[in-house]
Design a protein around this ligand. Structure first.
Ligand SMILES: CC(C)(COP(=O)(O)OP(=O)(O)OC[C@H]1O[C@@H](n2cnc3c(N)ncnc32)[C@H](O)[C@@H]1OP(=O)(O)O)[C@@H](O)C(=O)NCCC(=O)NCCS
Length: 208
């Protein structure tokens, strides 16, 4: 199914705006994914992607017809800072994997990743009607783990010593959130994301 039937053109939060990727975002992907510091946090291999791998990744995962990715822009300035996406969408079981990379390192720790994730969960559970969103994160990535916890993810398992990095073995942590848990947080008034407006880009999304 084409991505346009799954995502609106734009999802607006308080501090970030999620937009469909455009081909001009490739230059930013080339910078982000060639950065060893980003690779250290987000990649199984200890080295960044090669340029040809980044280009293929961008074509398939960011702007390809089956991609479920959104570009993260800072609200107001419109600056492009990262990308977030679902993969492995399993329609039979209502589940997907979640991924996020904020590649502009000077914007780490400003709350943007937390809000982008909250907006994606809001879309997954409210608009798409999914049942479960899961992710994996390296044990040493404390910033990511805190952001995920704040959005309602809980640890459900760990692959022990699955990652060799910085001269140590680290666990790969598995986290997930269920639709029922997300709704309970909404009912309890946990403010996960502000949705000032969602500009619908597709009738199939409007129909949800
Ligand atoms: C992980 C990522 C999405 C988080 O987004 P962010 O905008 O930087 O983070 P936020 O500001 O929204 O939230 C960070 C949380 O970690 C805390 N934090 C910030 N800097 C931290 C640090 N250096 N160490 C530990 N915790 C830190 C913040 O206090 C906040 O937690 P709190 O809300 O409980 O106070 C982003 O940093 C990123 O993309 N990093 C590079 C790639 C990556 O790690 N991707 C995830 C792979 S699983």
């Amino acid at each position: 199914m084409a991505a346009g039937t799954w995502f609106p053109d734009q999802i607006e939060g308080e501090t970030v705006v999620l937009r469909r990727h455009v081909s001009g975002n490739l230059a930013a992907f080339r910078r982000w994914y060639a950065d060893p510091e980003v690779a250290r946090l987000a990649r199984y291999q200890d080295a960044p992607m090669r340029l040809d791998e980044i280009d293929r990744f961008f074509q398939v995962r960011a702007i390809g017809p089956d991609s479920l990715a959104m570009a993260i822009h800072v609200a107001g300035s419109d600056r492009l800072i990262g990308s977030c996406a679902f993969s492995q969408l399993d329609g039979d079981n209502g589940s997907a994997m979640y991924h996020i990379t904020i590649g502009e390192k000077d914007t780490w720790g400003h709350g943007y990743g937390t809000e982008a994730t909250a907006l994606m969960l809001d879309h997954a559970f409210r608009a798409l009607g999914l049942h479960r969103i899961a992710l994996t994160v390296f044990e040493f990535n404390e910033r990511a783990i805190r952001a995920y916890r704040r959005c309602g993810f809980t640890v459900e398992g760990r692959a022990r010593e699955a990652i060799w990095r910085d001269g140590h073995w680290w666990d790969e942590i598995q986290m997930s959130i269920l639709g029922s848990e997300w709704r309970a947080r909404q009912d309890a008034g946990v403010r996960s994301a502000s949705r000032r407006s969602v500009r619908q880009g597709n009738p199939a999304v409007r129909a949800h």
